[in-house]
Every structure is written in structure tokens, then in C-alpha cells.
Ligand binder design. Structure first.
Ligand SMILES: *Cc1c(COP(=O)(O)O)cnc(C)c1O
Length: 384
């Protein structure tokens, strides 16, 4: 059996090696390293793929979130509601801009932000909601967009984990993740579903005016050469990363299908297990979505409900199976973001999830032998 990787970037590279190497070599010869034609081509291709009017490439996903909030003109003291159960980057940029983060609980089955909790947290100072499409599946965007409209709030999608996912609205229309909010942010960190070979990110919007503002902010607040109209940042996607992304973008749907196929096999194997809860997909209750791309499985995350999660992590390590606990600490309990405004009773789900979740190897190169070895090991240990 091939050695099991949590993320197999090397295996994926083998399939695009010649194309990537020759594109990079051309860039090296061209010496157009920043803002070169590769970046512009990638931008246009991603706009088309994502059904958005504007993609603004930038340095990484964290910058993308920050620049999105700057572009919307959010001011110190404005409250921004986001999920307690996510990667820290989301709340980090809110705090960094001196906005007030308001963390709320998530749903136990999809791990995404709880819309009732959002509604309860809205005050006269609330300016924006940041739904995170966690682990590859869109948050409940119908309800979030409706709530935002009712209270006149911005919606900033954190789409770092769900690029390529489709959201089916209540009226049946299908929307791409990252195309629904006023603005959205994504990351091309190597292990993301669309990853480059370094850092990279992008901001999406359908608003022409906001797109113009954002293009200036990423480039030192400059709209005309050496005229700095607003305080900006320096955040760019370089040409070499754009070349890698151009090779991968046409394959993204196939990559996501390979992830979904691995997830389907995992969920089938765990189907009848009393102490193992498989991830729920929007279209089905059993986590076995055969037909659509509602979930692109950035992570495949189980809940182990009999208290053996930590022991399982250790056991998998011994058996040569990498795994991860995303996320082990609720954000409201992190030193940097703890606040006396928070009440433990408001986070029953996150407080439970951090004890139960475990993410299994998930990438485009998993084979049946590896999946069977992983599922057998998990099932045997959890039932012992
Ligand atoms: C990865 C990630 C980010 C940040 O992306 P970087 O490119 O690493 O800065 C933000 N939010 C979520 C949910 C992420 O998973």
C-alpha cells in the first residue's frame, strides 16, 4: 500500500508536471514576475468559472478577508458576526481592523454558522455577517442573505474551503460558492481545493464600484500611479502562482469529484456505525451525495461520539494514518479572542464539536486500498 498522506500534493503534481514546469519556465524567461499576463488570464478564467463579475487576486486568503472588509468601509467599533467554529483567520482580520468580532455557535450536523444564533446577535452596531463555508460546504445562504437584507447588513463569504461547491437555493437556482455575498474571499494555500505552490488568494464581487475600490486597496490605495487616495496594503498574487493555478483550474471539478468519491466511500463504510457520525451534505442526510457538488470536502470530518476521539487520533498515528482535529479550541476560548461578552451557554455545539471531530486523509489521490485500511482501522478501534 502507498504511504497515506493527509494531503497528497506531490501525487497531484505528477499529473500536471510538464504543463506547470513549462509555464513557470516561460515566466522565468519573461521576467514578468508581478502582475504579468498569467495573473490577468487567471483572473478572467476564475471569473468565468465562479460566475462572478470581478475577481481581484491578492496575496493570501487572510488578506482577501481583510481587504474585503476594508473595501466595504467598515469602521472601528462596527460589529461583525461570524462562526465560533472556524480557522482563526476569519476573526483575526476583524479584530485587526478594530471591528468588534461577534462569535456565534454553529449547527451540529453541517458545522456551519447557526442562523438563529446570528439573528440573536444582531444589534444596532452590526454591519456584516461572515459565513464560513466550512470544510467545503456552503453555509445556509438563503437564510443568511434574507436576514442580511432585513437588517441592511453586508455578507462577506469566507470561501477559503469551498471553491467549486454549488449552493442550491430554495427556489432551485444553483449558485457557485463565493458568488452570493456582497463580497467573498478565497485562499489558494497549497492544501486548499484549488491550491498554488506558495501563498495566494482572491476577492470576488459582482459590484463594479466595490471591485474598483478593492483593486486600489490591494495596491497601496493607488488608483492612478503614485496617487494614494485611501490607505491600502500590498497584497499580490505573483505570476508563478497564477501559472500553477491556471494549470489546476480546468481540473478543479475533477479534483473535487475525486474528493467526493473518497468521501462517499468513507461514508458508506461508516454507515451503520453507532459511535461514528459522518458529515451531512445539504442534499442528503447520510453524507453520501452521489449526484451533485453541494460539498467539495476540503475536509472529511467525522464525529466520534463515545469519548474515544483523542485515543483514536493516537491510534491512527501508530497505524501510519495521518489525521487532524479541526478545530480543537472554540475561537471564543482562544486567548486572543476571549471576551467577557461571551456566555458559555451560547456555544453548546462548538463546545461539543471540539471534543468529537476528527478529519481523515482527504485529497485527490486516495485509492480503495488506502480507504479500506483507514475505515477498518477507525471502526475496529472505536468499537473496541
Ligand atoms: C485557509 C483559510 C483562511 C486563510 O487563508 P490563507 O491563504 O492561509 O491566509 C481563511 N479562512 C478559512 C476558513 C481558511 O480555511
Amino acid at each position: 500500500m502507498k504511504k497515506i498522506q493527509m494531503v497528497d500534493l506531490k501525487g497531484q503534481y505528477q499529473g500536471i508536471k510538464e504543463q506547470v514546469n513549462s509555464a513557470i519556465s516561460e515566466i522565468l524567461d519573461s521576467s514578468s514576475y508581478i502582475n504579468g499576463p498569467e495573473v490577468h488570464s487567471f483572473q478572467a478564467e476564475l471569473e468565468k468559472y465562479s460566475d462572478v463579475a470581478h475577481v481581484i487576486p491578492c496575496g493570501n486568503g487572510t488578506d482577501a478577508l481583510q481587504i474585503a472588509m476594508m473595501g466595504l468601509g467598515l469602521q472601528p467599533g462596527d460589529e461583525v458576526i461570524t462562526a465560533d467554529f472556524t480557522f482563526a483567520a476569519t476573526v483575526e482580520v476583524i479584530a485587526l481592523l478594530q471591528l468588534t468580532p461577534v462569535l456565534v455557535d454553529v449547527y451540529p450536523d453541517t458545522f456551519n454558522i447557526d442562523v438563529n444564533a446570528i439573528e440573536k446577535a444582531i444589534t444596532s452596531k452590526t454591519k456584516a455577517i461572515v459565513p464560513v463555508h466550512l470544510f467545503g460546504q456552503c453555509a445556509d445562504m438563503d437564510a443568511i442573505l434574507k436576514l442580511a437584507q432585513k437588517h441592511n447588513l453586508y455578507v462577506i463569504e469566507d470561501n477559503a474551503q469551498a471553491i467549486g461547491a454549488t449552493y442550491t437555493a430554495m427556489d432551485g437556482t444553483k449558485r457557485k460558492a463565493g458568488s452570493m455575498g456582497h463580497v467573498s474571499a478565497t485562499s489558494f494555500f497549497p492544501s486548499k481545493n484549488l491550491g498554488c505552490y506558495g501563498d495566494g488568494g482572491a476577492i470576488f464581487t459582482n459590484d463594479d464600484k466595490l471591485a474598483h475600490t478593492l483593486r486600489g486597496i490591494v495596491n497601496h490605495g493607488m488608483y492612478e500611479r503614485y496617487h494614494h487616495d485611501v490607505v491600502g496594503v500590498n497584497s499580490r498574487l505573483d505570476s508563478i502562482q497564477a501559472a500553477v493555478l491556471r494549470a489546476k483550474l480546468p481540473r478543479l471539478d475533477a479534483y473535487n469529484a475525486a474528493r467526493r468519491e473518497a468521501a462517499r466511500k468513507y461514508s458508506k463504510a461508516f454507515e451503520a456505525q453507532e459511535h461514528i457520525v459522518v458529515p451531512k451534505t445539504a442534499c442528503t442526510s447520510d453524507g453520501i451525495c452521489e449526484t451533485c457538488d453541494c460539498h467539495v470536502f476540503h475536509q472529511y470530518t467525522l464525529k466520534i461520539t463515545n469519548g474515544k476521539r483523542d485515543a483514536l487520533v493516537q491510534r491512527l498515528g501508530e497505524m501510519g494514518i495521518p489525521c487532524g482535529v479541526y478545530y480543537p479550541i472554540p475561537l471564543h476560548k482562544q486567548k486572543a479572542y476571549a471576551d467577557e461578552r461571551y456566555n458559555e451557554n451560547d456555544f453548546p455545539v462548538t463546545n461539543q464539536l471540539v471534543k468529537e471531530v476528527i478529519s481523515l486523509p482527504m485529497h485527490t489521490e486516495l485509492d480503495d486500498e488506502q480507504i479500506a485500511y483507514i475505515t477498518d482501522t477507525v471502526i475496529e478501534f472505536v468499537n473496541k
